[in-house]
Design a protein. Sequence first.
Length: 365
Amino acid sequence: MAKLVLEKVEKRYAGFHAIKGVDLAIDDREFIVFVGPSGCGKTTMLRMIAGLEEITGGDFSIDGVRANDIPPDKRGLAMVFQTYALYPHMTVAENMGFALKMAKVPKREIKQKVAGVAQMLQLDLVLDRRPKELSGGQRQRVAIGRAIVRNPRGFLFDEPLSNLDAVLRVQMRTELVRLNKQLETTMIYVTHDQIEAMTMADRIVVLNGGIVEQVGSPLELYNNPANLFVAGFIGSPKMNLLEGEITARDGNGVVVKLDDAGLVRVEGANVDAAVGTKVTFGTRPEHTLLGSEGSISGTVDFVEHLGNETLVYVTRPGKKQMIVRTDDLSVVRTGDPVRMIPQAGRAVLFGPDGKALLRRKFHLH
Ligand code: ATP
């Protein structure tokens, strides 16, 4: 069990207000990802939860018990860092069992426990090797195994995959999610990589400048970004954002006159704004179609063929560049004039305060 609750949690360093009142309830067994740009406070949040950093305001509890002043080793939370810091002179088995040895657990018990965890992490064939004889991915797994053998109530990961190459990262991503289900423990994972956040999290916490911008499932954040920050942060390439004004409403949505282009439609009966409201209109590259008609025109600047998809970068003189994602290989070439049609049923709208003006329904099939 590890239900973690933060209430109005603050962190003030001498002269710097790093975390500005965070409320967050993390359920037992949840896989939570903290994501946000550099310096937004991800690591500070994790270190306060671990007990490595003092909480300077608000309350933090573990399973209903106030934990602000509980020392790190009594919280039952294991932290795994980007730098795995294994003991170079010890074997994999010795590294993994070290904490248990220090806690005077009987040797046979340690051996059994280490063997079980090694099997879970596919390290059973390398238990007698030293860290320098392992691949980066294996070393990271030893660091995770070292945490698992201690039977923690929860795991705290601080960018643990940053040192691995792209293939290993993808592999470890799935392994960590599998471990979360297998061990039935709470996991908090810090990353600046929104793809990691989208692929691993039950819920993502988007941080920005020491505040929480939004908490939700990956698809909730993708479909219903609460504000312009989340809209720009989640999704790669980024959402196209254009300024405009609502010029008409009907039963099924609104019409927006873009400042630097023509009229676009946003379908969604629950748009919460009147005619005349200044808005930011958002259309993701994958929801923006190229066509011979369409109210937004520009010139193809360059085309990236990625195999499974093509990204078309469109410049509009004196206006913002836009990106279109398509799976049509034949499409266009640099220099071609193009028109773009945003899909009315997928577009989003934000008010003058940057907050979302509609909430889309979406279903997982
Ligand atoms: P990154 O992705 O770059 O690691 P982060 O989101 O993890 O960033 P933190 O390390 O949590 O960010 O830092 C949050 C803010 O607090 C940053 O602006 C940082 O400069 C500041 N900060 C961190 N530690 C201290 C400290 N000991 N004293 C003063 N300010 C600090």
